[in-house]
Design a protein around this ligand. Structure first.
Ligand code: AMP
Length: 419
């Protein structure tokens, strides 16, 4: 017997039905915001990902050399592929370019609940604008996608990396010192951040200011603490975004969180995360922000913002919240009563299918009562029973599977009755 590879999953038809249903809701929401779908390959050159994230990323990748000696990697995310695609073929498209995607991603992660080696992301990039309204619209879309999908308990955190960067430069922290601090900030280890700042000879008051900014969700407090024109201007922008979210999109339950760091190398400006607290350790459903990659990939720099939603975690959150997914149903189950009835039954079945009705037919010659039992087990709404006596009158028996009521109906009227 063969085992499934670690960190991967098979999906039953019931799970696939849920996944397709949620994917459709997400897709519709992207489209109502004017986004258009794109697709890129499952594997890319390894260099695409090391250019974006540095060589350290190789540890997390499924990378390999193909028979032609090319270094390739299964994509761990879709922002780099989409921006590569943009630089290669889409730079002349009218702006802003609003692109969305669904795709499987691969990471050599340590698997646990909500963390897999193969998982699916739903995401988007907006290319060519970084106005407050564009950023607010994008954040609102991420939130609405999860809300429309049915997730009830959502926490939206918003930060700004330019503010953090400007504080770092103000305190004259070297790149290495920043690198040391970032993982601690990411893990909310603020006491350690404070101690490290003191070790870096930052004055006690300044170290307190920085750690307070990282911990507070009170924007007024941050306004009073930040210094420097860059930080003040970014705060003004952030305030505009928050005001649009609230007044135009009706999203009020956001929190300021200056400790969102993401990839400080290429993320600039606004960053955000959406969590489903019910998921515990792996609670992050979505991460996004403004980033700079186009120039690095050889294109003409233009503003870009995007996000990625963890599709699998969204399904997990819905299951935990006891979301009622629609039941899989079949419109009709056809039962030929005798072997001689099979040809006519197949024909009636096929005619209905061509009208878009979901129809299945007994393929086991198992007789009436077993067929009816089966029809009910697969949630068929109606059964069509086709026997010689009925056929003599150009008719069939239609049974309502819920009530058990049966009626003799003309074959030519079946479609009307079923629909
Ligand atoms: P990231 O590209 O790391 O910002 O991830 C975006 C989203 O993808 C996260 O918020 C998660 O919901 C989801 N995600 C990331 N890594 C995994 C994984 N290994 N398994 C399942 N979902 C993941």
């Amino acid at each position: 017997m063969f085992k499934i590879p670690r960190g991967t999953r098979d999906f039953t038809s019931e799970e696939m039905q849920k996944r397709r249903y949620i994917e459709e809701v997400m897709q519709k929401t992207f489209e109502t915001f004017g986004y258009k779908e794109v697709q890129t390959p499952t594997f890319e050159t390894l260099e695409l990902f090391t250019a974006k994230s540095g060589d350290a990323i190789i540890e997390e990748l499924y990378s390999f050399t193909d028979k032609g000696g090319r270094d390739l990697a299964l994509r761990p995310e879709l922002t780099a592929p989409v921006i590569r695609f943009y630089v290669d073929k889409l730079q002349m498209e009218p702006k802003p370019l609003k692109l969305y995607y669904f795709g499987n991603c691969y990471r050599y992660d340590r698997p646990q609940k909500g963390r897999y080696r193969e998982f699916k992301q739903a995401g988007c990039e907006i290319i060519g604008t970084d106005t407050a309204e564009a950023n607010a619209e994008l954040i609102a879309m991420a939130y609405k996608i999860l809300e429309n999908a049915g997730v009830k308990n959502l926490v939206l955190n918003i930060g700004n990396l330019n503010i953090l960067s400007s504080l770092f430069s103000q305190f004259k922290l070297t790149k290495d010192q920043q690198k040391y601090l970032i993982p601690q900030i990411d893990k909310s280890m603020f006491e350690d951040v404070f101690d490290a700042l003191r070790d870096f000879d930052i004055k006690k008051e300044d170290a307190s200011i920085l750690t307070e900014i990282l911990q507070t969700s009170d924007i007024k407090k941050i306004e009073n603490l930040v210094m420097g024109d860059v930080a003040k201007k970014e705060l003004e922008e952030l305030n505009k975004i928050l005001s649009f979210l609230d007044k135009s999109f009706g999203i009020k339950n956001y929190q300021i969180k200056m400790s969102i760091v993401r990839g400080l190398d290429y993320y600039k400006g606004v960053v955000f995360e959406i969590e489903a607290p019910s998921l515990g350790a792996e609670k992050q459903l979505c991460g996004g922000g403004t980033y700079e990659l186009i120039k690095l990939f050889g294109g003409k720099e233009t503003p870009t913002t995007g996000f990625a939603i963890g599709f699998d975690r969204t399904i997990l959150a819905l299951e935990l919240e006891k979301y009622e997914f629609p039941n899989p149903t079949l419109d009709v189950f056809v039962i030929p009563v005798t072997e001689e009835m099979i040809e006519k039954s197949l024909k009636i079945t096929q005619n209905l299918r061509e009208k878009g009705v979901k129809v299945d037919i007994d393929l086991l010659r198992r007789g009436m009562s077993k067929s009816l039992k089966y029809a009910s087990s697969i949630n068929a709404k109606k059964a069509i029973i086709i026997g010689p006596k009925e056929l003599e009158q150009d008719s069939v028996t239609i049974r309502d599977m819920e009530t058990g009521k049966q009626d003799l109906k003309k074959i030519k009227d079946i479609e009307k009755i079923i629909k």
